[in-house]
Each structure stands twice: as C-alpha cells, then as structure tokens.
Write a protein that binds this ligand. Structure first.
Ligand SMILES: Cc1cc2nc3c(=O)[nH]c(=O)nc-3n(C[C@H](O)[C@H](O)[C@H](O)COP(=O)(O)O)c2cc1C
Length: 219
C-alpha cells in the first residue's frame, strides 16, 4: 500500500494585539480555508510571541527572548506561514518589525527558504496593501519565499458576514489565492521526494540514470 503523502503544516497569525482585530478575523478565515484544503493549521496570536523592544545590551545580557523562541519553535514545526498584518502609516506595525528583528538574531535564519503568504485587512479602501509591500522587504531580505500574490481586504469592518466574507466573489478570490499558495508550499515540501523518484531520462539505457538520484533532504 502506498504511503499517504504527509499533510502540509501551516502557521497562521495576525500581527495585531487588539482583541477585536480584523486581521485576526482574516487569519481565522485563512486557517479555516487551509484546513478545508487539507492543511494542518497552527493558528497563533501575536500575544504568543510577545517580546521587548530589540536592545543589543538586553540580547547580550539575557539572550533572545522567550516570545521569539516560541515563534522559532512553531515556525520550524511547520512548512509555511501566513501572516495577516495591519497597515500602520502606510507600512508594517512596529510590533511585527520588532519581532522580525529579534527573529533575525537566530542562526540559521528561521525565515530562510520558508514560504509565506501575506494578507491584510483595513477599514480603508486599499485594505492595508501598502503595508504588505513594506513587509516583503525584511522578509525577502531574510530569505523568505514570499508568495507573489497578496490579499488585502478593504472596508474590512463591513466585509464579513459571520466568519466568511459577505461578497461571494471576493470569498472565491480569497480561497483561490490560498489554494494557489498551498499548492506551491506543498510542491516545495514534497519536491525532494519527487527528485528521488525521478531516476531515468528518456533515451538512456536502463540504469544509466541511477547515479543521478537525489536523496531527499533529511534522508
Ligand atoms: C497608528 C495607526 C496607523 C494606521 N495607519 C493606517 C494606514 O496607513 N492605512 C490603513 O489602511 N489603516 C491604517 N490604520 C487603521 C488600521 O488599519 C485599523 O485600525 C485596523 O483595524 C487595524 O488592524 P486590526 O483590526 O487587525 O487591529 C492605522 C491605525 C493606527 C492605530
């Protein structure tokens, strides 16, 4: 019997500390859609990753704080991440940038080669999209593979009907973006196994391809 393909593990959280956060609501929707599409989801909150302001003296005296270690643990336990981030003054919230700065002190770099999808929700008409462009910069600087498409929910305070988006066409577009990201993240997770299975080139005598077998990562 064939071994079932392991499911994709996904970390999802919103970069807002607010109890009534619209971004947390959008993160919840992303978690539900991802689960419906076969992923195993760890839905976190920004409070789980509480850290002081980055301070080199504090780092020297006490090391990297527990909140960043917790994000490292949950990030490395998963295959990819989704962040729903508010836009503050056309950029990312300070709490998220501060957390990214602490994360960048780990070696190896935790975001390096990790696939990520960025979402935003805002009461404004642009949905916080400018903040996501700003957020790409530190993530890509740290080696994260940020998915080219992003999803920004405008008029977010009026956009939900229960836990779903009120506009069916927008909900469908949200699900399509999620599914496309999950497909890429799944391909990245399983590609090493595919490489191992791919041993023969057309036109070559049997056996000739064997020395081209790649071992999967971690084998
Ligand atoms: C300091 C501050 C700056 C903000 N700047 C922007 C902005 O540049 N663009 C925007 O669309 N909304 C901006 N907002 C409004 C937020 O998008 C809105 O408060 C949103 O609900 C925050 O996300 P949350 O609901 O997940 O906490 C700002 C809010 C605050 C408190």
């Amino acid at each position: 019997m064939a071994t079932p393909t392991p499911r994709l593990n996904l970390l999802v959280f919103a970069a807002s500390l607010r109890a009534e956060s619209l971004n947390h609501k959008l993160a919840g929707l992303a978690a539900r859609v991802a689960t419906a599409n076969g992923a195993m989801v760890d839905l976190a909150t920004m409070h789980d990753f509480d850290v002081p302001f980055y301070d080199g003296d504090l780092e020297t005296a006490q090391g990297i704080p527990a909140g960043a270690k917790e994000l490292l643990r949950r990030l490395t336990a998963t295959d990819a991440f989704i962040i729903a981030s508010p836009e503050y003054n056309a950029s990312m919230p300070g709490v998220l940038k501060n957390l990214i700065d602490w994360m960048s002190r780990f070696r190896p770099q935790p975001f390096d080669t990790r696939h990520g999808l960025l979402l935003s929700a805002s009461p404004s008409l642009v949905g916080g999209n400018r903040g996501l462009w700003a957020l790409r910069v530190p993530f890509e600087h740290l080696g994260a593979r940020i998915y080219p498409d992003m999803f920004s929910l405008s008029m977010a305070h009026k956009a939900f009907a229960g836990d779903d988006l009120a506009d069916a066409a927008l909900q469908a577009r949200f699900e399509k973006t999620l599914q496309a990201f999950l497909t890429l993240a799944e391909a990245a997770k399983h590609y090493p196994c595919m490489k191992k299975a791919w041993v023969e080139f057309l036109g070559e005598p049997p056996g000739a391809g064997e020395d081209r077998v790649d071992e999967p990562v971690g084998a």
